[in-house]
Design a protein around this ligand. Sequence first.
Ligand code: NDP
Ligand code: OXD
Length: 316
Amino acid sequence: MSGQPTSRVLLSVTGINPRRWHQLLSARREVVLEPDGEADPSITYAVVWKQRPNVLSKLPNLKAIFSVGAGVDHVFHDPGLPDVPIVRVVADNLTQYMTEYVVWRVMDHHRQGALYRSQQARKVWHEPPQRPAGDISVGIMGLGTLGRASATALLSLGFRVNGWSRTDRPMDGVSTYHGEAGLVPFLNSTDILVVLLPLTAATEGMIDYDLLGQLRRRNGLGGAVLINAGRGRLQRDADILRALDDGTLKEASLDVFETEPLPETSGLWSHPKVFITPHAAATSDPDHLVGPMLDQMDAFERGEPLRDLVDREAGY
Ligand code: NDP
Ligand code: OXD
């Protein structure tokens, strides 16, 4: 190891193209895609997306891990995850993308996009009744960085907004609920459910048939709607299909799935009440995210605290 630089960045990503990340990180730091040998003391930071298991356990001088995404479940899958701070993405650019996705999907369900697409396919000229946004309650599960920005945008469009979080998170104009005790009252007053939760031990699998059955169905939309842009393993795909088929759900917009890419055999692909995007609600754009990551590394070395840290115990 002698003669090696002493503060290299490991870029360990799978399932995304590392090229641009590598290029931008390399402008200010020496970047490697693989540690040298069994234990590599030259690496002090790691930038990761679904890193190779155990790759981080061999870095004795690792000071911090930077997630390429806002969610960090992909970091925790690693049995050899070292006990160093984990920084996640909190960025205006990503928040804007997610806000656009949520507004797009809520508006499409509210303005009956599926009905008009089906009418157009059959050359049907029919105007269904319209109702004001103020008659619809959108319930946001996960009132964090992305949930709050979406709530603000939906309020400005005139929707009623509910929010559910782990701890008490008051927000002007939003009816807020928290914890287990707040869940059923939150669902009972929600017409369109927007899921923006992190995937943790506490949230895995919670979007199931029983939960969907608690949503308000007798509403101006003619049924309850699910929008999930959080994580696929929050939901049970089979329960969503069952709920759509028996009327528990009117429609769903799904960006994330239990298995990604969504297998060709999934009934969700061709379901007439489902709108699918391929985990594309809010892309991590290296041109917006690498600069702030490098700035944080510099600041940390000047003795400043890291920002946007993950709470390991809570898992997000
Ligand atoms: P935050 O950490 O800012 O917010 C998470 C919210 O979820 C908080 O309000 C938190 O409660 C709440 N929460 C967490 N656990 C529970 C629980 N057990 N019960 C109730 N509420 C809970 O995260 P972000 O808003 O930045 O991101 C949310 C998620 O969005 C990410 O974790 C990721 O999975 C997903 N995502 C998806 C993308 C896509 O393209 N599809 C892109 C980016 C993110 P509290 O406020 O009390 O802490
Ligand atoms: C994220 C994602 O967590 O893109 O940022 O899913």
